[in-house]
Design a protein around this ligand. Structure first.
Ligand code: KG4
Length: 338
């Protein structure tokens, strides 16, 4: 009998549901919340309320697109954390309620494991997946980590950010440029038109494989301040060059540590995951980085880089194969690493 799993993601501002059957993705529905745009960031209470409104239609649509009835499900996987607690409670409670009604197990998924395991989302068209072990650069709105992925459940963090995440560097700098939230995709779009070498921003000098992006943010602000004194239209007149130079510096910071990581921990395969791995410049740079070193690059489709339930369903599928189910009294958690 097929093992069919429903995945539910509600950790931040996307309500998503996906169906995976015997490891193959049948549907992946995402309702993004527009309500936060006016505030320049995610408002937790509004996110929870929007999840409550979205979750039933999103799950119904995922089942409909997959051509699967509720009764055919073998298990329900849900994001347990990290994320916004109120948002996580919606997905967690919904998953448990539906599982009780259907008398099937629930499976808890660490959101970060989900981003890493997004490499294993197989569709009818793409059937290739990485082999363990591989290295993963996980770059999202809240995390920047270099991870050695030994198995679906055994992941060792080799380096992590000590302050801001790469996504925060994109979003916070974009905000001062007057761009909408989240700013990463806007910087990506503008950077395509700009000169990446026009402005020089500070790069961190911290030991080991850890990242830091707060110095870059400060240096970006100083550049704006100094130039705005001379030219009040400095941002408008130079926005593409500012975006391109910012993106270039973030990529350099990411690759400097990655270079050190693959020297210290030689690997044959390297994957990227998390929202920032949707960035065009990052994707091209990783392709080149891997090609120069004879490493196979795993770059997921953009739809599996930002928050989605396909990655939750596939991470849950690995646990289903192990019979690793969650207890119904398991609470969500807001913070954790891997
Ligand atoms: O993985 P994700 O959806 O949420 C977290 O789990 O954190 O990542 C969101 C982050 C945001 O910071 C957003 O600006 C960034 O991913 N992002 C991008 C791009 N698309 C999303 N950053 C740069 N370029 C993009 N194309």
């Amino acid at each position: 009998m097929s093992k069919i799993i429903l995945g539910i993601e509600s950790s931040c501002d996307d309500t998503s549901a996906a169906v995976v059957s015997d490891g193959i993705l049948l549907s992946n529905v995402i309702a993004s919340q527009k309500v936060h745009e006016a505030y320049g960031g995610v408002v937790p209470e509004l996110a929870s309320r929007a999840h409550i409104q979205n979750i039933v239609p999103v799950v119904s649509e995922a089942l409909r697109q997959a051509g699967v009835s509720k009764e055919q499900l073998s298990a329900i996987a849900f994001t347990r954390g990290p994320g916004l607690l109120g948002s996580l409670l919606v997905g967690t409670s919904f998953a448990k309620g539906l599982a009780i009604a259907l008398q099937i197990p629930v499976i808890d998924v660490n959101h970060l494991h989900g981003h890493v395991l997004a490499q294993f989302v197989r569709t009818a068209e793409t059937d290739e997946v990485p082999e363990f072990p591989f290295m993963c650069l996980l770059i999202s709105g809240g995390n920047s980590q270099i991870i050695m992925v030994k198995s679906p459940s055994d992941m060792e963090i080799l380096g992590r950010t000590i302050d801001d995440a790469a996504g925060e560097a994109f979003d916070k700098c974009a905000k001062v440029l007057g761009l909408p939230y989240p700013g990463g995709p806007h910087i990506d779009r503008l950077a395509a038109e700009g000169d990446p070498h026009r402005f020089k921003f500070a790069k961190p000098h911290i030991p080991g494989l850890d990242y830091s992006f707060s110095g870059l943010k400060t240096s970006f602000l100083y550049t704006l301040r100094d130039n705005l004194r001379k030219d009040p239209d400095f941002i408008t007149n130079n926005i593409a060059d500012l975006a391109a130079s910012l993106q270039h510096t973030i990529i350099e910071i990411l690759l400097d540590k990655l270079d050190k990581a693959v020297k210290e921990h030689p690997v044959k395969q390297l994957a990227i995951g998390g929202g920032v791995s949707a960035n065009s410049g990052v994707r091209t740079a990783i392709e080149r980085f891997c090609a120069e070193r004879g490493i196979r690059a795993w770059i997921p489709p953009r739809s599996f880089t930002t928050d989605n339930a396909a990655m939750v369903a596939i991470a849950g599928y690995f646990k289903l194969l192990e019979g690793d189910y969650a207890s119904l009294d398991l609470p969500p958690y807001s913070r954790v690493t891997i």
